[in-house]
Design a protein around this ligand. Sequence first.
Ligand code: DGY
Length: 327
Amino acid sequence: MKPKILMTRAVFPDVITYLAEHFEVESNQEDRIFDDAELVRRMHDKVGLYCNTSQRVSADIIAACPSMRVIANMAVGYNNIDLAAATRAGIPVTNTPDVLNETTADFAWALLMATARRVTEAEHWLRAGKWEKWTYDGFLGADVHGATLGILGMGRIGQAIARRAKGFAMRVIYHNRTRLAPHEEQGANDAQWVSKEALLAQADHLVLVLPYSAATHHAIGAAELARMKPSATLINIARGGIVDDVALIAALRAQQLAAAGLDVFENEPALHADFLTLSNVVLTPHIGSASAPTRRAMAYCAADNLIAGLQGKMPPNLLNPEVLPRK
Ligand code: DGY
């Protein structure tokens, strides 16, 4: 008999077929969101959990699923999973790094450009039938070329964003807990490490790419927004909760900040209703990695992690190697 796994959300059908070569798969192609009780109930006879960021896997859930042997998250971010609790329970947890770096960096630029040049605001206005004549001051935005790009969180996606700034002749500054090695800074368009305060004060366009954790909760709040240039734009492609949404709404409303481009929100998919009343914000529904090839690569990456983990092999993207027996 094949071991049983649960896939919590809909995914490309061929990925289910691929996993079914190894496992008895319970999939969820109708894509209902399971609450905690349903997840635990469905996991009672499963050894593997294939999930994504919309599925919370808390310490309580982990404790209530004693047969669970591997958790494979179809995302690079894994703040939906209590990694410490999984580690205590000896459960390997995996994510899908690298396969989405370039696609997510592309999207950061799409959001940055749309925000700086007011693309969606202008389109809404045009669609509303308001375009009667060209004007010299219609939808004036900020320049991207020659500006200072700030990046908070300089991992692999941050570096991919920085590389793209070369074509725009931008100065790149970044802040990260750990400074990059000189060759990495050089590869990231000669990015310059600065303090968080300097980053906030100097960036014309500030992109957030840091992982969410208790330590990064509200890393951008009222005090940080107050340090930014009134002409600056803020782009969040990382996670909701890194920005204090209420403080951001106040700053955008007061034009203390020119504009924001947001792909992620506190409490998503619910978002603060006031965002919808602001014209100086570009809003997208967490689609940073959403190109067809990349989402497919992520889905197979998670599948390969799950297969390896349940076959007792080292999963390629193991987040908690300390759960493996010492050699
Ligand atoms: C990720 O991979 O973390 C993306 O945000 C998709 O959830």
